[in-house]
Design a protein around this ligand. Structure first.
Ligand SMILES: Cc1cc2nc3c(=O)[nH]c(=O)nc-3n(C[C@H](O)[C@H](O)[C@H](O)COP(=O)(O)O)c2cc1C
Length: 395
């Protein structure tokens, strides 16, 4: 914390607590610090996920911060994701017994104590030296499910060990089938049973990041052992050709079916935003749909995932689970997502901020904050269980 912020905070705390000022307490307590000035000294002192963002912003170098925060092009989709939630309103029901809140759910044969899942994020070494291992330690404290990215800094084995159970896996298949298969066998051997195939980046335009040189001294610190996709932990010990395309722009429904037939893992497609694609996914025998635009890092449709969700849910008709992510920052956002047809949600940047701010403790705190905000939002909506949350919970 810088000295100015510290002394401002101390002054406000002193004034608020002083009997001298008891008579004007209301006016003073309304004078809260600007949120952007608040730098939490510990994970416990972060009261919401934005507090974690402030600390992470202070801790991380500019290249890493840019990588995490950026969208594509003019960042219309990135902004839309957040604005979509802000436009929706919760309908606050009264006089419903909400003394016991149950936010547990069942997903892909697993019992989850909470519908919040940690989204796959590539190269978490950018936020903490122990990357995904540290994130998994945080997830182990709170018991949340975690999805490991193909582009992770660490491999699935140590991450699953740190999590205390096999993590789920996100696949960038690459355009080499043997490589896809090699990864799948490794993931299956690690005990993972849910596979997320990411399909939303056949191409993208990350302007802000292109201004940085990945081989620059400030950037390479987190790239272990190197900066190319072939250097990623999940590709080690596989026969990787000199030129591969991680996102495989040639992917189509035939590829999906081939992939589905090559593994016994549950297969979820991540990156669906349109009802016609959702229908094709159901027809292809897929186990789940993940409505996502990669956190505004893929298409520049300018369309929020929360706005895509009702159409997709309508097309799916409850036949398979629907997960959504993009811009979820508050418990109220989660209730809104469940009300519009999601069975579970993922968060990306919030837990990266926690990781960059306070390591595993920061990750655990972010997930606790979201869980407890969800409980409060469920109380406000008069929905003691997740199944009580319906379309009538929002307007
Ligand atoms: C820094 C960063 C890296 C990401 N890497 C991946 C990845 O490797 N694979 C993937 O499927 N999605 C990736 N995503 C997208 C997330 O899985 C998720 O869809 C997104 O972060 C959700 O939006 P939110 O950050 O607003 O919560 C990444 C997101 C961020 C912010």
């Amino acid at each position: 914390m810088n000295n100015k912020t510290a002394s401002r905070r101390k002054l406000v705390q002193f004034i608020a607590g002083s009997p001298l000022f008891a008579g004007i307490g209301t006016a003073l307590s309304a004078q809260r610090l600007d949120d952007r000035d608040y730098i939490a000294e510990s994970a416990a002192r972060a009261v919401n996920v934005f507090d974690m963002e402030n600390v992470a912003l202070q801790n991380l170098n500019q290249a890493h911060w840019t990588y995490i925060s950026q969208g594509v092009d003019d960042e219309l989709t990135l902004r839309a994701n957040r604005e979509g939630f802000e436009r929706l309103h919760l309908r606050a029901r009264r006089l419903v017994d909400v003394s016991v809140i149950d936010k547990s759910t069942e997903l892909f044969g697993h019992r989850l104590h909470s519908p919040i899942i940690m989204a796959p994020v590539g190269g978490l070494g950018m936020a903490h030296a122990n990357g995904e291992i540290e994130a998994a330690r945080g997830a182990a404290v709170t018991g949340h499910k975690m999805i490991l990215s193909t582009a992770a800094t660490y491999g699935i084995e140590p991450v699953s060990e740190a999590r205390g159970e096999p993590v789920w896996y996100q696949l960038y298949p690459t355009d080499v089938w043997e490589l896809t298969q090699g990864m799948l066998r490794r993931v299956e051997a690690a005990g993972s049973d849910v596979l997320f195939l990411t399909v939303d980046i056949p191409g993208r335009n990350q302007d802000r990041m292109r201004r940085f040189d990945q081989n620059d001294e400030s950037c390479v610190e987190c790239h272990i052992p190197g900066t190319t996709f072939a250097d990623k932990a999940m590709l080690q010990e596989l026969d990787v050709p000199a030129r591969i395309n991680p996102a495989h722009p040639g992917m189509d429904w035939d590829f999906v079916k081939r992939l589905r037939d090559s593994t016994s893992m549950k297969l979820v497609i991540k990156g669906i935003t349109l009802p016609e694609d959702a229908k094709l996914a159901v027809a292809a025998g897929i186990d789940g749909i993940h409505v996502s635009n990669h956190g505004g890092r893929a298409d520049e449709s300018g369309f929020a995932t929360i706005d895509s969700l009702p159409e997709v849910a309508e097309a799916v008709q409850g036949r398979i689970p629907v997960i959504v992510d993009g811009g979820i920052r508050r418990g109220t956002d989660i209730v809104k997502a469940l009300a519009l047809g999601a069975d579970a949600v993922c968060v990306g940047r919030p837990y990266i901020w926690g990781l960059g701010a306070f390591g595993a403790e920061g990750v655990a705190r972010v997930m606790q904050i979201l869980d407890s905000e969800l409980e409060i939002a469920m109380k406000q909506a008069g929905t003691p269980t997740l199944t009580d949350i319906t379309r009538a919970s929002v307007r």
